[in-house]
Design a protein around this ligand. Structure first.
Ligand code: MG
Length: 286
């Protein structure tokens, strides 16, 4: 199933794409309401909606981020693909080298997520090294506490694409990454949430990024150093992961800081993030 948040005649609607490629409007005000609903009730509503004919066509709507306003900061993994870890350490050894073989977790403020086609604000008054990071984002569909690795996928509702936009000068200039990753508009998301049943567990999908048509990142989403089972298991020990939580699982090699000289983003650049099976998320820097 593919779920969207769309703007239609000035209203935001939560929709399911039906078998004919039309949009069935769901009885939820927001995607957060859907994600925090009782899972059995939600399954019933989704099953019913699939049998009804949607009344809205894609041509009539503007796609918003599937979760335009996450309830909490997005949980992120740092340096979770081997080749990306190497390129980050090469860019700034002091900022990125980690001795311990443990996952790097950080939090990303995402007050409002730009959707497909919405601009990425460059904040060029304070940013001189704007970068992209295409990531597979895991969306939880029920509260997770003390979850075993074996049961971890029971808590996953689906997946989307997040661009973990980063200001490298702020990220490396401060001890923690929160500021450099958390500026307004730095979490483009979309185009939709695809439910987990459409993928293997874990998903093994091609993940790619183009900047102005030039291929920069090209990997597969099951190459994570710390996989989805590990992440949900580890974080849920002592930390309740609420339904609706978004976990960005890290980015592969090929970000702008990985090139010599670096290829940072500038105004007018078009960033296209793709995960096969989810779709593409394309945004222009302004
Ligand atoms: Mg990232």
């Amino acid at each position: 199933m593919r779920l969207y948040t769309v703007e239609h005649q000035g209203r935001a609607l939560v929709c399911l794409e039906d078998a004919d490629g039309r949009l069935a409007v769901l009885p939820y005000e927001t995607m957060n309401d859907l994600l925090t609903d009782d899972p059995e009730n939600r399954d019933r509503i989704l099953a019913q909606a699939q049998r009804e004919m949607g009344e809205i066509f894609f041509e009539e709507v503007t796609l918003l981020a599937p979760i335009p306003n996450p309830m909490q900061d997005v949980i992120c993994l740092g340096m979770n693909y081997q080749k990306h870890k190497a390129e980050a350490e090469q860019f700034d050894a002091q900022a990125f080298t980690r001795e311990k073989a443990r996952a790097v977790y950080f939090s990303k403020r995402a007050t409002h997520c730009p959707g497909p086609d919405a601009p990425i604000p460059g904040h060029f008054d304070i940013v001189d090294s704007l970068d992209y990071e295409t990531e597979l984002a895991v969306i939880l569909g029920k509260d997770a506490v003390n979850v075993s690795e074996e049961d971890a996928f029971d808590y996953v509702f689906g997946y989307t694409i997040v661009n973990d936009v980063s200001a490298r000068n702020l990220q490396t200039g401060h001890k923690q990454w929160y500021f450099g990753k958390g500026l307004d508009g730095f979490t483009p998301m979309g185009p939709c949430i695809v439910t987990k049943d459409e993928f293997a567990q874990p998903p093994a999908q091609a993940i790619r990024t183009w900047v102005n048509g030039e291929l920069r990142q090209d990997a597969v989403t099951d190459e994570l150093i710390f996989g989805i089972r590990h992440i949900i298991h580890e974080l849920s020990q002592g930390m309740t992961l609420r339904a609706g939580t978004v976990i960005a699982t890290g980015t592969p090699a090929g970000v702008g800081m990985g090139f010599d000289p670096p290829k940072f983003l500038k105004k007018g650049d078009v960033v296209t993030c793709q995960i096969v099976g989810i779709g593409t998320l394309e945004n222009t820097v302004e």
